[in-house]
Design a protein around this ligand. Structure first.
Ligand SMILES: NC(=O)c1ccc[n+]([C@@H]2O[C@H](COP(=O)([O-])OP(=O)(O)OC[C@H]3O[C@@H](n4cnc5c(N)ncnc54)[C@H](OP(=O)(O)O)[C@@H]3O)[C@@H](O)[C@H]2O)c1
Length: 331
């Protein structure tokens, strides 16, 4: 195999971000799309010029025509279809959050191990040069000792029919966008938190539509995160250390012209750090190709993804009980 043949598992909105990245990559080709509805799959294939349309997810995964699949289903279906694909020898790039229970992610990890197929969480921003530069600055000690990571991701949901508003489907703003600053904090700290405190506002939908969380790490390092479905689009992240801080106004989303990565030293003027331009979704695709074709270890490990799930579950438990939850207690 010198090119990975990709299939899209569903006709989700987010596919439109991945398709240009698949087409920009030299080592992959998009060959199929599957939908629960054959007519929808056919129309989608025509619209996006994809050669094969499948009227069920099984049909594509059993066809032998795809080597890898991009799973862009509602959160509660990520585990079921990842496991199905892996057991048929199909590599999986699955949307975030990889799973919504620990039992699910453990089953997914086992299926990947047993099949020898790659499974990776599609956290595109982790592969972008901006995130890697921030990680390099932190590890090089330019910020001194890290004391605090802050991050937010808000946007307003207009339609009551959005998959994010169904509690049993893994709905809620923490699962949907809170996982960005949560995973960013874990990346900067190099480990999951020891304990968490969460607070939420649950709307008439039954899911959290505003969530704030605090996390404590070894060495008395802290993180604060916020997420919302009720307020206009807003993202920010800050990494704060004894020698200065980094400020990112577009830490997680498609890089816009107004993107700024700024360093504030403890006594100097703000300094702008140059970030190379790269298509936001290309890095995760290239990483899959390296893992599948070269046997390279995926950049974002499954242990990291497991910690994301664990931390989200602990934050929800904390918000429900209105008390601090330690990660050791929360299984
Ligand atoms: N990384 C990112 O930048 C990013 C951005 C947005 C979303 N996401 C993630 O991507 C996933 C999909 O989000 P989205 O907003 O693109 O979703 P969406 O547009 O609502 O699409 C979800 C798709 O899942 C399929 N599906 C299967 N069972 C379903 C059910 N019971 N109800 C509704 N749809 C069902 C449908 O495809 P068929 O009808 O064709 O079968 C549907 O098109 C989520 O996990 C989300 O967290 C990631």
């Amino acid at each position: 195999m010198n090119k990975v043949r990709w299939g899209l598992l569903s006709t989700a909105n987010i596919n439109r971000a991945l398709i240009p990245a698949l087409r920009a990559s030299r080592r992959g080709e998009l060959v199929g799309v599957a939908s629960r509805d054959a007519g929808k799959a056919a129309a989608y294939a025509q619209q996006w010029q994809i050669s094969h349309a499948f009227g069920s997810y099984e049909a594509m995964l059993d066809s032998g025509l795809v080597d890898a699949v991009y799973i862009s289903l509602p959160n509660h279906l990520h585990a079921e279809w990842s496991v199905y694909a892996l057991r048929r020898g199909v590599h999986v790039l699955c949307e975030k959050p990889l799973a919504i229970t620990l039992a699910q992610i453990e089953e997914m990890m086992a299926a990947s191990r047993e099949s020898g197929c790659v499974l990776a969480e599609a956290f595109m921003y982790r592969h972008h040069p901006q995130t890697k530069i921030v990680g390099d600055w932190v590890r090089a000690g330019h910020l001194g000792e890290i004391s605090l990571v802050r991050g937010s991701f808000d946007f307003a949901i207009r339609s009551r029919h959005n998959i994010r508003l169904t509690p049993q489907w893994g709905g809620g703003c923490l699962w949907d966008v809170g996982v960005y600053p949560l995973s960013f904090a874990q990346f900067i700290m190099g480990e999951p938190p020891l304990s968490v405190a969460g607070s939420q506002w649950v709307g008439s939908s039954g899911v959290d539509e505003t969530f704030v969380g605090q996390m404590r790490y070894t060495g008395d390092r802290l993180a604060q995160i916020a997420a919302a479905f009720r307020t206009p689009f807003y993202t920010v992240a800050e990494v704060i250390g004894t020698e200065g801080r980094l400020h990112l106004n577009r830490p997680f989303t498609q890089v816009h012209d107004d993107r700024r990565l700024l360093f504030f030293s403890k006594d100097g003027e703000p300094q702008e750090i140059a970030v190379p331009d790269k298509m936001l979704y290309l890095g995760e695709v290239e990483d899959m190709h390296a893992a599948i074709l070269d046997g390279a270890p995926p950049y974002l490990t499954l242990d990291e993804s497991r910690h994301h799930v664990r931390t989200v579950l602990a934050l929800y438990e904390s918000a429900r009980q209105n008390q601090i939850v330690t990660l050791a207690q929360q299984v």
